[in-house]
Design a protein around this ligand. Sequence first.
Ligand code: AMP
Ligand code: MG
Length: 399
Amino acid sequence: MFRHNGNKMVSIDEAIKAVLEHSNTISLEINLPLESAGNSILFKDVIAPIHMPPFRQSAMDGYALNLHEDTTYSLIGEVKAGDSQQPLLSRGEATRIFTGAPVPDSANAVVVQEKVVLKGENIVVERNPVKEQNVRPIAEQVKKGEVALKKGTRLTPAAIGYLSSLGVTEISVYKKPSVAIVATGNELIEAGKALTYGKIYESNSVMLKSALLSCGFDAISIHKVKDNYNETREKIRNVIAGNDVVLISGGISVGDYDFVGKALKELGIDQVFYKVNQKPGKPLFFGKNEDTILFALPGNPAAALTCFYMYVYASLQKMTGADNTLTKVTATSTSYFQKKGDRPQFLKAIFKDGKVTISEGQSSAMLQTFAVANALVQMPGELEEIKINDTVEVLLLPV
Ligand code: AMP
Ligand code: MG
């Protein structure tokens, strides 16, 4: 296993690899009502309890036919969606039918109403449809007893809809990790209180909580500590005990009042790496303590959020049975950007239709540009500039 006990910087790829290696799937099964299981990962295959569709369904509003060679049919009745009776059609007979209605066993095609002329008791079709045209066959989507969705599938809204259409009401999914967020800093004031000189509103905890919620993780607690060594150490000790993941914000740099590193050492946290060769987010710490994994994120808000999307997101996905990092695409840059220094950089950007616009403000403290970004451009360390029309790598944010 990858472990970097020295304080040597690791590369982005090494950091992602190490995070994934150390983020073990929480192999705990929980049963949830289907409607609350959005974003969860299936713990086992779901077996279809019924055929879907359960009967031959009309895909159109029109007429169900018992086909013959002629194009004139005698009309004998009507089947609406939800009807349980089926008329018995002889050769050359038709019945009015509507979308979703059961196609009588004695009918072998449906013709759409636009292609039909009514003539008294008869209908005349433009041309005879082919057999089973506009009929959704029984079990077209899935057969009763077969696998409807496989273990490991993420429950998207479509997946929830699909399982619901099969009559599923409860579902077995991986337990999601519980996450504690610890915000450190003397300068931090809770929004809603008056801002005094030298203070700023605390925003990382709310931001991280929102990021977690939007990725489907809802077992979250928020804790705040001052830049005080004992307080920091004891708070971290407490939250480690009851959580699968701990996210610490701030205090992990090398300032005189950055106590997180010292506290983690004192608590015997097993360091996997500290410092990643990247901008923003260089002073990122990742470690482990028995079953709890720990990220100490830089306090600068844009750096903290970038680290969340690059590493914490991957870790949480892995823990819930998925193996996911951000989706990477290539795009054409519509901007010029000149990099300072030789660290690989994540640039806040807006991606649309194969083109990407790099935001103006790239400071690690700046959320204003992050607030309207939907992607990060990953700029390699050796690259000095990105020119207009250059092809760049873009990571899509799960926002
Ligand atoms: P630190 O990593 O603690 O040195 O903090 C780096 C910068 O991020 C400083 O400007 C802090 O004031 C700011 N910062 C730290 N924590 C937070 C927070 N929870 N919310 C907003 N800004 C923060
Ligand atoms: Mg601080």
